[in-house]
Write a protein that binds this ligand. Structure first.
Ligand code: CMP
Length: 138
């Protein structure tokens, strides 16, 4: 298992001014930032990033939403990173996210759910590679 995960602060949380608070929650929980980028996904790139969800009913809304404004992408490092990060952010549906989790504090809906977190070590690697090359990691 690797000790890295990948995250995005989604367009809703960026638009609502939560970049600083969310990065503070992440680093306060013991995650080290390995790579960090403020960027915007085109519809095409958002479609590629979420290709594994292509057949799901929410795919188009997801792609539209994720390309609707700037995001923050990051690679994070910590022991047990993937699992611990998913605990920190809480359930995908913010109405089910535990109090104190990032989605409980900052998310509005299942689409506008403030942050992404990789669901496996394999996907963490794939997703990190989607945004960052070797010279952008420290
Ligand atoms: P994320 O972890 O970024 O990966 C896929 C996203 O699809 C998910 O967060 C949600 O924001 C969004 N989504 C919308 N509807 C659903 C659903 N029914 N189940 C899972 N994810 C959903």
């Amino acid at each position: 298992a690797t000790n890295r995960t990948f995250t995005m602060i989604k367009p809703d949380a960026v638009a609502n001014g939560h970049i600083g608070a969310i990065l503070n929650d992440i680093t306060s929980a013991g995650f080290k930032i390995i790579a960090l980028k403020y960027t915007r996904l085109s519809e095409e790139l958002a479609g590629k990033f979420y290709e594994i969800h292509k057949e799901r009913p929410f795919y188009k809304d997801l792609v539209d939403f994720m390309s609707s404004g700037p995001i923050v992408a990051a690679i994070l490092e910590k022991d047990n990173a993937v699992e611990d990060f998913r605990k920190l952010i809480g359930a995908t549906d913010p109405t089910k996210a535990e109090p104190g989790t990032i989605r409980n504090k900052y998310a509005k809906s299942i689409d506008a759910n403030a942050v992404h977190g990789s669901d496996s070590d394999d996907n963490a690697l794939i997703e990190g590679n989607f945004f960052f090359n070797a010279s952008e990691r420290f």
